[in-house]
Write a new protein. Sequence first.
Length: 292
Amino acid sequence: MPDVLTLKEAAALLRLSERALYDLARAKRLPALQLGGKWLFPRAPLQRWLTAQAEVAEAEQPAPPPILAGSHDPLLDWAVRQSGCGLALRAGGSLDGLAALAAGQAVAAATHLIDPDTGAFNEPAARDLLSGQPVVGLTWAWREQGLLLAPGNPAGLRGVADLARPGLRVIGRQPRAGSHLLLMHLLAEAGLRLEAIGFLAEPALAEDEVAAAVSEGRADAGFGIRAEAAARGLTFLPLLRERFDLVLRRRAYFEPALQALFAFARSPAFAARAARMGGYDIAETGRVAFNL
């Protein structure tokens, strides 16, 4: 796109009618200049103006409730309680978290969604579901995901393809959970369809429910994080590392609740807890993962 736009090109960029853009230009309400009887629009200042308008519109919206929606993570649950940040947790899966954030029903969304085409975490999904909204993704932690198995791995599973073994009972997750979508991705890479897996009738709604089903003998295997396997004394077969992010509108980061949570995440107590739980890499906690 050229550095200087015509009236028609600028109207297309801003998704305005040419008449509406002409009126704004005449009123000097956006970056524009008239040369030889024609209106011209410098692209970079025009894009900065558009971003500023979006931020003004956001500031005029009512503040969302102090709810952290989305995926379940035991380290995050613990940190929310211990930090006294005042956030309420609303678990329901990564996709539900982004939907709640988009609808103004939550101040932040906890997500771990992989893009099957690029392997990138969270940014593609946030870009699709929060299109045009000024949001940022902050890394909470990198986590180890894999198979949770009975102690000693009596079934002798070696990888995700073994989940299709006849008679194997597998505890799954709800369809909008990040772990479910990640497992679908791994199965597709292994050339397997979801229907090939012997899932239990009722899915687990959180990470600890996956571990409980295997520990109690209701399932032979489940897909989840190392920390929950360690908490139940289960065997863990690692499959990949994933980035678990908190997605929020940029201005929300400066609110007291999220400031308190991320301040606590920099404390020695947080680091010690993550080390005891196992399967977490918190070196990038609080770092900007993406900025939309």
